[in-house]
Design a protein around this ligand. Structure first.
Ligand code: ZN
Length: 93
């Protein structure tokens, strides 16, 4: 992972930054709400999806390229290599 990305605006070096995608407070709140619902038998049907959603939100991360010089941020998106040529062909037609 020694790739360097150059900033479009100032030609500065961009650094890879990874941080949480969602608010941790909201994720934690959903987990607590989910556990509460399961524990008190209010409804595991409601509690389990809440718990899973909360765990996902706490675990989900995103990666950004951030410029050291001007703080411009670019989201790093993982593209599936198989899908790329198809998309390019559809745009060309
Ligand atoms: Zn820059």
């Amino acid at each position: 992972m020694a790739k360097t990305v150059i900033c479009n605006l100032c030609n500065g070096q961009m650094q890879l930054y990874s941080g949480p995608r969602f608010s941790r407070k909201l994720g934690g709140f959903l987990v607590i709400g989910g556990i509460f619902a399961i524990f008190f038998w209010i409804g595991p049907v409601l509690g389990i999806p809440l718990l899973l959603m909360g765990l996902y939100m706490m675990g989900a991360k995103r990666q950004l390229w951030v410029c050291k010089e001007c703080n411009t941020a670019m989201e790093r998106v993982e593209l599936e290599p198989v899908e790329q040529p198809e998309v390019a062909q559809k745009k060309a037609e």
